[in-house]
Design a binder for this molecule. Structure first.
Ligand code: IPE
Ligand code: IPE
Ligand code: MG
Length: 246
């Protein structure tokens, strides 16, 4: 964590390097307009491009977005199927543009429950953008913090069982290396839209010292200007990481 803060990043050294967003409020946005929930999800998906594009202007190198949680399967079959179709459509439509804009895309979450076609598209997009470094966009899809830690613990136990690792070697760093996010620095700032002040199982381990901003705007209304405003609030926070400031 402290290591990620000392990276050389002129002009924007006070801003967050990794921002994570819980994109919430699509359903309410649609309901307010008398439209089906999926209409809101489509409007929400359209907002992503503008926010990704704004990242380099603010020195944000990593953007992680919560698209579908391990609990979202509890929604109606219509909504779940509609969301899955939307993810496929999003990748199909945006892949080229993301690649050309220098965005490296990766996915976190358990892929086992996702349909094969979608998983292939996710793999292809990761591969296609693997050489990019302008912005690192991570999409959390069928992601849950508890599920992620559980899967990590299971794989760690397996390594021990196979004799490739000793229980004596298990520390926080080892555990983190088994998490889906092993390639990411911890988030500096977590933003949740739509007025709900909870984390809903998002990046539980990784957000131990993140700053939080809960804002009332519904995700489909979240603009580049509002993103800039929220980032500026972060600059006013004093992060102590448990220490007392000298
Ligand atoms: C967030 O919007 C998107 C997903 C969870 C997929 P919601 O669908 O949760 O919208 P609200 O909270 O019902 O308004
Ligand atoms: C969190 O939002 C998940 C995503 C934004 C993908 P939810 O709308 O599912 O969370 P709860 O149910 O309000 O806690
Ligand atoms: Mg919600």
């Amino acid at each position: 964590m402290s290591e990620t803060k000392v990276q050389t990043r002129p002009d924007t050294s006070d801003g967050p390097r990794h921002v994570a967003i819980i994109m919430d409020g699509n359903g309410r946005w649609a309901q307010m307009r008398g439209r089906p929930r999926l209409f809101g999800h489509h409007a929400g998906a359209k907002r992503i491009r503008e926010i990704v594009e704004a990242c380099p202007d603010h020195g944000v190198k990593y953007l992680t977005i919560f698209a579908f949680s391990t609990e979202n399967w509890k929604r109606t079959q219509t909504e779940v199927a509609g969301l899955m179709a939307l993810f496929r459509r999003y990748i199909q439509r945006e892949a080229r543009d993301l690649f050309q804009r220098g965005v490296r895309v990766r996915f976190i979450g358990d892929r086992i429950k996702l349909d094969e076609k979608l998983v292939t598209m996710m793999d292809d997009l990761e591969l296609m953008t693997a050489g990019n470094d302008r912005v690192h966009l991570t999409i959390a899809l069928n992601y849950g913090g508890r599920d992620e830690v559980t899967r990590a613990a299971k794989r760690l136990a397996y390594e021990i069982e196979m004799g490739r690792l000793s229980h004596k070697d298990v520390d926080a760093e080892t555990l983190a290396s088994f998490l889906d996010t092993h390639f990411l620095p911890d988030p500096d700032l977590v933003i949740r839209t739509s007025g709900e002040a909870r984390i809903s199982n998002f990046l539980l381990w990784q957000s131990a010292y993140a700053e939080y901003e809960f804002i009332d705007t519904l995700w489909p209304d979240f603009t580049r200007a509002e993103f800039a405003r929220v980032l500026s609030l972060y600059g006013t926070r004093e992060r102590r990481f448990g220490a007392v400031k000298a």
